[in-house]
Design a protein around this ligand. Structure first.
Ligand SMILES: NC(=O)c1ccc[n+]([C@@H]2O[C@H](COP(=O)([O-])OP(=O)(O)OC[C@H]3O[C@@H](n4cnc5c(N)ncnc54)[C@H](OP(=O)(O)O)[C@@H]3O)[C@@H](O)[C@H]2O)c1
Length: 165
């Protein structure tokens, strides 16, 4: 299960995992990109249009993953946006988009897929950024989402859940 599989790190990771023998669910909003990638990867890949800011679309994706792949045993929370600018009110919609995608989106995807991961003693991977530890100029909001994601993942890893993170 890879969120944000339509470009960049998520797309590259999908290719690597299929080469390693995994079957992958490709999640993103741009269906054409993930459908093309799934065609290229053959039977090993399933493209599912999903918006990580929309819980209903995540729940629908989880149902398809359960039905068509037998559940998820690795979840890679990779979907994210990085919109950098000096911090100010005029950028508040970008701040909200980053929190809703990078932080709340990853938390919601994890929460929705948790039962599938637990059933398979699976793994959780959160892609965040070094910007969560050091905040260069213009990165205040992005760094907040990245640091929050890393902190949450640490807590998750040390919880009593059988799932590793
Ligand atoms: N590139 C870097 O140097 C770098 C460094 C540190 C961390 N990161 C992190 O690594 C991750 C991937 O970055 P990238 O560089 O590969 O960027 P990218 O090419 O822009 O990919 C971002 C992915 O996130 C998806 N996405 C964005 N909003 C979404 C939403 N609401 N619902 C579902 N999917 C959504 C996009 O798909 P759609 O638009 O099709 O939905 C796209 O597939 C991000 O979390 C980023 O913060 C990147």
């Amino acid at each position: 299960m890879i969120t944000g599989a339509s470009s960049g790190i998520g797309e590259a990771l999908a290719r690597e995992l299929v080469a390693e023998g995994y079957r992958v669910a490709l999640l993103a909003r741009r269906l054409e990109q993930i459908a093309d990638l799934a065609d290229e990867l053959g039977n090993a890949a399933l493209a599912i249009r999903t918006d990580v800011t929309d819980r209903e679309s995540i729940v629908a994706a989880a149902a398809r993953v359960q039905h068509e792949l037998g559940g998820a045993d690795v979840l890679v929370n990779n979907a994210g946006v990085m919109l950098t600018a000096p911090f100010g009110s005029e950028k508040r919609s970008e701040h909200r988009q980053m929190v809703e995608t990078n932080l709340l989106g990853a938390m919601t995807v994890t929460e929705v897929f948790l039962d599938q991961l637990r059933a398979k003693n699976g793994d959780l991977v959160n892609i965040s950024s070094v910007a969560g530890r050091v905040a260069p100029a213009g990165f205040a909001a992005y760094s907040a989402t990245s640091g929050g994601s890393t902190a949450g993942r640490r807590r998750f890893a040390s919880s009593s859940s059988p799932t590793s993170a």
